[in-house]
Design a protein around this ligand. Structure first.
Ligand SMILES: [Zn+2]
Length: 217
């Protein structure tokens, strides 16, 4: 028999998307982000605003030393080929909902940013950026509303209990400590064995539940 638990890896650095590096030490996260903004609705000022919104909102400190800082480099592309080392943001004038596609994995994620009455340049990019990091929405939405949202129709959503006012739950919601905790769970946890059957060297016997000593638990 063996018992396992998950533990946060003390520090590290991971490339989790095109031009997106997730670094951490203790409860502090450092994000390095390279974005490219293009499309019929894109302009250099909008590209800069999108980057600024992400950088501003994703710089925050919370209790228990949870902290996140972001360095966002945003490039506006009018013509020319995509830079494969930057996560792409395609801007359109469209009533459809702004969203992030993450298939098949986070590494291939891109954002569709639709300029309409639902997008707020000083907030929406920061919510969508949460998806680029792997976070899910914290609201539930029925199938009828989902279909409506694809065509600019009315939406009806309800917040997942306990997540009221959160950036992933509500329009103009704020970044909170639990968003960082989810990011750690996604990117910086490892499975550790703390009790395992095996050879007990002290007694020279095979034993059940020999305690394996790991630092940090
Ligand atoms: Zn969302």
């Amino acid at each position: 028999m063996a018992l396992y638990r998950y533990a946060q890896i003390p520090n590290g650095s991971k490339r989790i998307g095109k031009g997106i590096v997730f670094g951490w030490s203790g409860n502090t996260i450092s994000l390095t982000v390279n974005l490219e903004v293009s499309g019929e609705g894109a302009t250099a000022p909008l590209a800069a605003e999108i980057g600024k919104t992400i950088e501003t909102i994703w710089n925050a400190s919370f209790t228990d030393n949870y902290r996140v800082s972001s360095t966002v480099n945003t490039r506006y592309r009018g013509q020319g080929n995509e830079d494969s080392d930057r996560t792409q943001i395609y801007v359109k004038h469209d009533d459809a909902t702004t969203c992030v596609h993450t298939l098949p994995t986070l590494y291939y994620a891109y954002m569709e940013y639709n300029i309409n009455s639902e997008t707020t340049a000083s907030w929406t990019p920061a919510h969508e950026f949460g998806h680029l990091l792997g976070l899910d929405d914290k609201y539930e939405e029925g199938i009828r509303s989902r279909i409506n949202s694809m065509y600019g129709g009315p939406r009806s959503t309800s917040v997942v209990p306990g997540w009221a006012g959160n950036i992933m739950a509500a329009h103009l919601g704020t970044l909170q400590k639990r968003n960082l905790q989810e990011l750690f769970a996604l990117h910086a946890f490892e499975l550790v064995t703390f009790v395992e059957d095996g050879f007990n060297e002290m007694w020279g016997l095979w034993d059940s539940g020999v305690r394996k000593l790991y630092t940090g638990w």
